[in-house]
Design a protein around this ligand. Structure first.
Ligand code: FE2
Length: 237
């Protein structure tokens, strides 16, 4: 498997490139609009064909690169079921498996940060946790129909039950961290360790964070799949 972690400095967002070295088929997870040229250059240099762009959820802090990538390549745009994005090519439900060549990507419904969110387990060894689980943290739950109790349940019951050596790759990091493991997060993540469900809810509801600076632009754009040129598509949405 070819696996790359890419970073957008402006929003501290990670994009992941997952590809099958044999068939050269590739997927991008959570691409960022401003980084589309970087991603296309890398795909080109590695001789890969982009088949899928997956979103872990509808982002509030950046505009997805999926719309532009769909207009420039033949890739499909895929979002979690119930995502407020009627323009997607495909929706994934909990337990669905997407094959990227010989690479298996399994969808794990991990709502709570938003009301439609998937983590993606790649080949049973790498879990892309989106904004459900960060390294020593987790995504906020105070907008986009987020729910702290649901996030607690999904993280503790669906992510922390993966094997301890599963590699954790989040959608963001704000402190220079790149990768963790499920075992490490179960032992050291301060949002969850030693916290009851009720204490977690109380903590999350008291965070009082400012809105992301691009929120007013990003959420409506992402509900349109990040589409910036409606005429570039060859088929109707
Ligand atoms: Fe998010």
């Amino acid at each position: 498997m070819l696996f790359r972690q890419l970073f957008d400095l402006d929003t501290c967002s990670y994009t992941y490139l997952v590809a099958d070295a044999g068939t050269k088929v590739a997927a991008l997870i959570d691409p960022v609009l401003e980084q589309v040229e970087r991603d296309l250059k890398l795909l080109n240099e590695l001789g890969l064909t982009l088949k899928f762009c997956l979103e872990t959820h509808i982002h509030a802090d950046h505009v997805t690169g999926t719309g532009k990538l769909r207009s420039l390549t033949e890739c499909e745009g895929i979002v979690p079921e119930n995502a407020h994005a009627a323009c997607a090519d495909r929706y994934l439900s909990h337990g669905d498996v997407l094959m990227v060549g010989d690479i298996k990507i399994s969808a794990i419904e991990t709502n709570g940060h938003t009301d439609s969110h998937m983590a993606y387990l790649v080949n049973d060894t790498h879990v892309l946790t989106g904004d459900a689980l960060f390294i020593r943290g987790c995504g906020r739950t105070d907008f986009q129909s987020g729910d702290a109790g649901t996030l607690y349940d999904r993280v503790t019951q669906r992510l922390f039950t993966l094997p301890d050596d599963t590699l954790v790759y989040p959608a963001h990091d704000y402190r220079g961290q790149t990768v963790s493991t499920i075992g490490e997060e179960k032992q050291w993540n301060p949002r969850f360790v030693g916290k009851t469900r009720a204490a977690f809810i109380q903590f999350m509801n008291a965070l009082d964070l400012p809105d992301p600076k691009k929120m007013m632009e990003a959420v409506p754009a992402n509900e349109q799949c990040g589409r910036i040129d409606m005429t570039a598509r060859s088929h109707p949405i």
